[in-house]
Design a protein around this ligand. Structure first.
Ligand code: ZN
Ligand code: MN
Length: 455
C-alpha cells in the first residue's frame, strides 16, 4: 500500500498594496478601513495586477528552479461565500505563473497568483462579521504533486517553503496570522501507478498538527483497506488527537472557471525576471550545506539555516569556531533569551563575539561563557564588563598533581597493576573534582595513564 500526501499552501504576500487595487496591505486595528470599490467588488470596477506581486511570484519560481510562464492568464473561479461577495475569486487556471518547481527534491506542480478573500468572524450568537481589509491581498497558491509519502517529509518541505518565502522577503509566513495556510490530502493506493480515494484534512495550524494528522489518517485509511472496507471521499477535521468527519458535507463544486475578461494576459518580461532575481540570495538549504561544510553539526546547521533571524545572527559573527558558536547560539543563548521573554534582537552578539574570541585564544576559560551569557541576559551585565571580570586561566602543573595522587593511593595503583584499568577513572575524577572546566579530562586521563605505567 502506498500513501500519497498532497499539499496545497496559501501564502500571503507582503506587498505594499493589494493584488488588483491600490489599497494598502497591513495590520489594522479597525475593520474595513483598507478598502475601495475594486476589493469591495463594486460593479464596474476594474482590477489591475500588482507588478510587485508578479515579481514576488517569479522570485519564488526561480529560487525553486521552476518554469516561469512568460505568458499566463487570470481566471474567474466562481463560487459564492459571504467573504467573497463578488461571487468569484480571480486566480489562475490553465496556465499558472510557475510550473514544475522543486523544493528538497519534491515537485511543486504549479504556483498560482490569486487574491485573498475577506475575513469572516463568527460570533457566538451566530452573527458573522466581515472584514474586507484582507480581501484582495496577493496570494500564492502552491500546489505540490501528490508524491510525498511520509508525514515527516511533508513537514520538512513545508518548513523549507516557509523559510524560503521569508528568505526572499516576499511573505512573513506567520502561520498564526494565517499568512501561511496548509491544506493536506491523503490517499492510499494499491500500487505506485494507481490512485486511492482522497481525504482532505482541515484545521491544521501548526507543523506538528500537520505531521500528526497525516500520520493518523494514513493509519486510519490503511486499517479500513486491510479490513476490506472502502475509504469515503470526504473532508475531515483534525481535533488535535484524531481526524473526524466534518459536519458540513462538501459537495464537488463546479467552479465554472472562465478567463477573467477584465485583465489581459499576464506577461513576464526580462525586467521582471531581473527584478525577481535580485531577491534571491543564499537559500536556506544552501546555507545548511555551507554550515555543515564549516563543521557545524547537522542538526544545528538545519535549525540555524531554516530560521532567518538565527542564520543572520550566526552569519554576523566571523572568525570564531563555527561549531562552538553554533552550539552556544542554539543551546545556550536562544534558550536563555526565551526564558527571559527576549528575542535575538535584544542580544549583544558583537559583545559575545569579543568574549568568544578571548576564550578561543585561551585567555578566558570556556566554562565562563555560560556564566557570562546568564549574567548578561538575566542581570543586564554588559559583555565588556564580563570580559574584565572573567577569571583568568591558571597554569596547572598536572604532572606533579598526578604524581602526588599516585603516591597517596598505593592500593589503587596496586589494582591498576593487577589489570583493573578502571581505576584510571578514579584518578581522573580526583583531579577533575578541583579543576572542572579548567583542564581537559582527556588530557588528565593521558597523564594519569602515563604516571601509572611509570610507577
Ligand atoms: Zn481596494
Ligand atoms: Mn486558492
Amino acid at each position: 500500500m502506498f500513501p500519497r500526501i498532497g499539499l496545497e499552501v496559501h501564502v500571503e504576500l507582503n506587498t505594499k498594496s493589494k493584488m488588483f487595487c491600490p489599497c494598502p496591505v497591513g495590520e489594522w486595528e479597525e475593520p474595513n478601513v483598507a478598502v475601495c470599490p475594486i476589493c469591495l467588488a463594486h460593479p464596474g470596477s476594474l482590477p489591475v495586477p500588482n507588478r510587485t506581486a508578479v515579481i514576488f511570484a517569479v522570485s519564488l519560481g526561480l529560487a525553486l528552479k521552476g518554469e516561469i510562464s512568460r505568458v499566463s492568464h487570470f481566471y474567474r473561479k466562481n463560487y459564492f461565500y459571504p467573504d467573497l461577495p463578488k461571487g468569484y475569486q480571480i486566480t489562475q487556471y490553465s496556465v499558472p505563473i510557475v510550473r514544475n518547481a522543486w523544493i528538497l527534491g519534491k515537485r511543486i506542480e504549479r504556483i498560482n497568483l490569486e487574491e485573498e478573500t475577506a475575513k469572516s468572524l463568527h460570533l457566538e450568537d451566530g452573527t458573522v462579521l466581515l472584514d474586507f481589509n484582507r480581501a484582495g491581498i496577493p496570494l500564492l497558491e502552491i500546489v505540490f504533486a501528490p508524491e510525498i509519502s511520509l508525514p515527516e517529509e511533508a513537514k520538512e518541505v513545508l518548513r523549507a517553503l516557509q523559510s524560503a518565502v521569508r528568505y526572499l522577503g516576499i511573505s512573513n509566513a506567520d502561520m498564526e496570522k494565517g499568512q501561511f495556510r496548509v491544506d493536506v490530502n491523503v490517499s492510499i493506493s494499491a500500487s505506485r501507478e494507481t490512485f486511492g480515494t482522497k481525504v482532505e484534512i482541515k484545521n491544521l495550524n501548526s507543523f506538528r498538527a500537520i505531521a500528526d494528522a497525516i500520520e493518523y489518517e494514513i493509519k486510519r485509511q490503511s486499517e479500513i483497506i486491510m479490513g476490506g472496507g472502502k475509504v469515503v471521499q470526504e473532508t475531515r477535521m483534525w481535533n488535535g488527537k484524531e481526524t473526524e468527519p466534518m459536519r458540513t458535507k462538501e459537495t464537488e463544486s463546479d467552479y465554472r472557471y472562465f478567463p477573467e475578461p477584465d485583465i489581459p494576459p499576464l506577461l513576464v518580461d526580462e525586467s521582471t525576471i531581473e527584478e525577481a532575481k535580485v531577491l534571491i540570495k543564499e537559500m536556506p538549504w544552501e546555507k545548511e550545506e555551507r554550515y555543515i561544510s564549516l563543521g557545524v553539526p547537522k542538526n544545528l546547521a538545519k535549525i540555524i539555516a531554516y530560521d532567518l533571524e538565527l542564520s543572520q545572527t550566526f552569519d554576523s559573527l566571523r572568525g570564531v569556531n563555527p561549531k562552538r558558536w553554533a552550539e552556544y547560539l542554539v543551546n545556550v543563548i536562544v534558550g536563555r533569551l526565551n526564558q527571559k521573554g527576549k528575542t535575538l534582537r535584544d542580544f549583544d552578539v558583537w559583545g559575545f563575539g569579543k568574549l568568544l574570541e578571548k576564550v578561543e585564544k585561551g585567555e578566558i576559560l570556556e566554562e565562563y561563557l555560560k556564566v557570562a551569557v546568564q549574567k548578561n541576559i538575566f542581570e543586564g551585565v554588559p559583555f565588556e564588563r564580563l570580559i574584565e571580570e572573567a577569571p583568568k586561566p591558571v597554569e596547572i602543573d598536572l604532572e606533579s598533581l598526578v604524581d602526588e595522587l599516585v603516591k597517596n593511593n598505593p592500593q589503587q595503583v596496586e589494582k591498576y597493576k593487577k589489570g583493573q584499568k578502571g581505576v584510571v577513572g578514579f584518578f581522573v575524577g580526583q583531579i577533575m573534582k578541583d579543576l572542572r572546566g579548567k583542564v581537559d579530562p582527556k588530557v588528565v586521563s593521558d597523564v594519569v595513564v602515563k604516571k601509572l605505567e611509570e610507577s
